[in-house]
Ligand binder design. Structure first.
Ligand code: GLC
Length: 747
């Protein structure tokens, strides 16, 4: 396959690469493949300054839009060799068309990189990330990323802007739905699992794609939960809460990092040398490449740290940002900065190499069209196997929040069920935001799923209310069908657009008049099950009080209705656990399980203690909470020793018994508290979990091993390590209902 037109064949390029390699010592940069480095150096040596800058420029096609600004002339840019990557373009034919422009119409024919937000599926849409996190099933979360990559690469894509690994304790922030919740430990394990799923063991494999850990960093800490807002925190908070998932993604081999929109401690991420040079490159030795978020270099002007586009570009390239997304600032300014000697061409060479390297790793120089294969596209997309995996993930992502008097599961012999609410006969919201190439018309609504499963049951539907406004005219019909039903399923929540990007809210109660509808229906005194579909924790105190049962379903993706029908009628016993705290009142926010004790710990009976006098002090539902159709009994905790040194470990064992009549799964959680530290420490921190399956009556012993690594933190002098002293280990089925024992770390 001829790659380069001007008498430069691929063999000449690689011959020169091997010549360079033979004449130089193999790349002494640990972690780089010397063969690829020689090829990268070889191509770089042929490039003009403008061609290098072209590689540092990413534009969106007009196939999808994920930001405010478009650039209609992106095809001309490709032909002019001024673009290195295109996003929001997929499909074997379209990617081939664009790739042919780059390969056949530019001087060097360097292939394009095609990126897209394949966040929770490409065509087959899986549950939103916050829903998947509720499964606490790392293997399944890796599996869905693997399937997403199979479908995306079958449609010409090389690179996904996922996983989003932003920790957030802010339910007002719409993007909390895109992440894995409030805990850095769980978020780190999930981020690593997603990277393994997308990238596999070999990026040259046609079924794997480059992943991107985003948004670096601390984007989820936006002040007041307002998207894109300022973040400001201690280095300790940054490193203990917001950085661990990024480090885990990098340790798992993620090849790209995306900058975040926010300013962190006064410096916007996209100009932040501390983040991208000191931490990412020096401390963590990241070997991949850095891409900005949408027009983020241009936004340095709005942040007020850059005087003009050239200054903004100078700040970004000096901070170690390799590729500019959509604003074209590198395209328009970098050459001038070199000519004016404001930056060295060395910076541009470094960034260009970071981009060329991934193209070699993906095999694009061998065959730029290898991912644009019509036959593979037809064979791979939305095949039954993928839909089965989606349904399995969806079922495992649902959390049973309440189930009074075993209201659930419903009997399959039931005669009539009223299915009410704006989320019931709804296909679009099921696939949530960031649904990539997902076709919502193929998603299974709750109503359809119920009818699919039990055609002989009389499911009667009424919308009852919208998700917005105060129109109550639908109540009458809803109440009428409810009166004639044996049970009522109330499907309520938020539309997908009420969370996600640029969707922060000051009110996290159930929107519209849905709660009023629920209360009217509850007055009928019939078994009433609320199925919540929402993109953030909601203050559903009234539902918690009045409903007989509540399922938190988030947005479950293409197979929503089929998954929920299995759960509602007992063919799957819900096993999800909350990855994020549900506040009892918005005024409690931020509220999360791993708070500090304070000098006056909350005591409702003592005046001078840290508490609210006008609202509850406990959350509505705690982190890690989730019920089952069965019950689990925890036996006594036992420790292999009550002391350990930094070089040994303690085994923590606990018996868990299924004391109910259904088989089920339980996420057994291990938390640790450092009772005394050189700085204040959280009252507990998640340090382990295991999701176990137990038949009715079955008992299993779960064993966790505590090592010194589990006890490390950023000490008073900001060194990372453990400190001798007393610790408490907690084990239970959530972060509140736990058993505890103490142990000591010896000097
Ligand atoms: C958006 C999002 C980012 C996404 C990018 C490209 O603004 O912040 O998560 O990957 O643009 O679509």
């Amino acid at each position: 396959m001829k790659i380069f037109k001007n008498k430069l064949s691929i063999t000449m390029i690689f011959a020169s690469a091997l010549l360079i390699q033979a004449c130089t010592t193999p790349s002494n940069k640990s972690g780089y493949d010397p063969v690829i480095e020689a090829k990268v150096d070889s191509v770089l040596s042929l490039m003009t300054l403008d061609e290098k800058i072209g590689q540092l420029t990413l534009y969106t096609s007009d196939m999808d839009q994920t930001g405010a600004f478009l650039r209609p002339e992106y095809k001309e840019d490709i032909r002019a060799g001024e673009v290195g990557a295109i996003f929001n373009a997929y499909g074997a034919e379209y990617t081939r068309e664009l790739q042919e422009m780059a390969v056949n119409e530019t001087r060097l024919g360097i292939p394009l990189l095609f990126g897209y937000d394949v966040v929770h599926g490409h065509r087959t849409i899986f549950p939103m990330p916050l829903a998947e996190a509720s499964s606490w099933d790392l293997d399944m979360m890796e599996e869905t990323a693997r399937v997403a990559a199979r479908e995306a690469t079958a449609e010409g894509l090389h690179w996904t802007f996922a996983p989003m690994v932003d920790v957030s304790r802010e339910p007002r922030w719409g993007r909390i739905v895109e992440g894995s919740g409030e805990d850095p430990y769980l978020g780190a394990l999930i981020g690593a699992a997603k990277v393994r799923g997308f990238q596999g063991d070999d990026l040259r494999d046609l079924h794997t794609m480059a992943a991107t850990a985003k948004h670096f960093a601390a984007y989820g800490a936006a002040k007041a939960g307002r998207d894109y807002h300022t973040t400001d925190m201690s280095d300790r908070e940054l490193r203990e809460v917001y950085l661990p998932p990024f480090k885990a993604a990098i340790d798992a081999g993620v090849v790209s990092i995306m900058t975040s929109f926010n300013d962190l401690n006064g410096v916007p991420a996209t100009a932040n040398e501390y983040l991208f040079r000191d931490i990412l490159r020096e401390e963590w030795e990241f070997k991949g490449f850095v891409v900005t978020d949408y027009t983020a270099i241009m936004e340095l002007l709005y942040h007020g740290v850059a005087e003009d586009p050239a200054h903004a570009s100078e700040l970004a390239i000096k901070a170690g940002i390799d590729m500019s997304m959509q604003d074209g600032f590198y395209h328009q300014n970098l050459a001038q900065l070199v000519e004016e000697d404001r930056i060295s061409e060395r910076l541009i060479n470094e960034a260009t190499k970071n981009v060329l390297r991934i193209k070699f790793q993906l095999g694009l120089f061998d065959d730029p069209f290898r991912y644009s294969d019509v036959d593979r596209q037809k064979a791979e997309v939305m095949k039954d196997e993928h839909l089965e995996i989606a349904k399995k993930m969806a079922k495992r992502s649902v959390i049973l929040l309440k189930n009074d008097d075993q209201t659930l599961p419903l009997s399959k012999n039931i005669q009539t069920v009223a299915v009410i609410g704006p989320m019931a006969d709804n296909q679009r919201d099921m696939i949530g935001s960031w649904s990539a190439a997902g076709d919502w018309s193929k998603s299974v609504s709750l109503l359809e799923g119920l009818k699919n499963k039990l055609p002989d049951v009389n499911f009667v539907y009424a919308k009852g209310a919208e998700t917005t406004g105060d129109d109550r005219s639908g109540f009458r019909e809803a109440l009428r069908i409810a009166r004639n039903a044996d049970a009522i399923i109330l499907a309520i929540g938020e539309n997908y657009w009420m969370s996600g990007e640029a969707a922060s809210k000051v009110d996290i109660s159930l929107p519209g008049v849905q709660e009023e509808l629920a209360l009217e229906i509850e007055k009928l005194g019939k078994p009433t099950i609320a199925v919540l579909m929402n993109g953030r924790p909601l203050t559903i105190n009234t539902l918690d009080e009045k409903m007989d049962a509540i399922l938190e379903a988030w947005y479950l993706g293409t197979t929503t209705g089929d998954a929920l029908a299995d759960i509602l009628f007992g063919d799957y016993n819900p096993s999800g656990k909350l990855p994020v705290t549900f506040p009892a009142h918005l005024g409690q926010v931020p509220i999360h399980y791993d708070m500090k004790n304070t000098g006056r710990p909350m005591d409702p009976n003592q005046k001078y203690t840290s508490k609210y006098i006008d609202a509850p002090n406990e959350p509505l539902y705690v982190f890690g909470y989730g019920l089952s159709y069965t019950t689990f009994d925890y036996g006594a905790l036992s420790l292999s020793s009550t002391t350990m040194t930094q070089s040994d470990s303690i085994d923590v064992s606990i018996e868990v018994r299924n004391t109910g009549k259904y088989a089920g799964e339980e996420v057994v959680q291990l938390y640790i508290q450092d009772k005394v530290g050189s700085v204040t420490r959280p009252v507990k921190e998640l340090k382990g979990f295991e999701k176990i399956h137990l038949e009715s009556g079955e008992t299993k012993v779960v064993v966790f091993t505590i090592t010194n690594d589990d006890l490390k933190f950023y000490r008073k002098n900001m060194t990372y390590g453990s400190e001798a002293g007393e610790f408490v280990v907690y084990v239970g089925g959530n972060s509140r209902d736990v058993q505890s024992m103490e142990f000591e770390l010896l000097e």
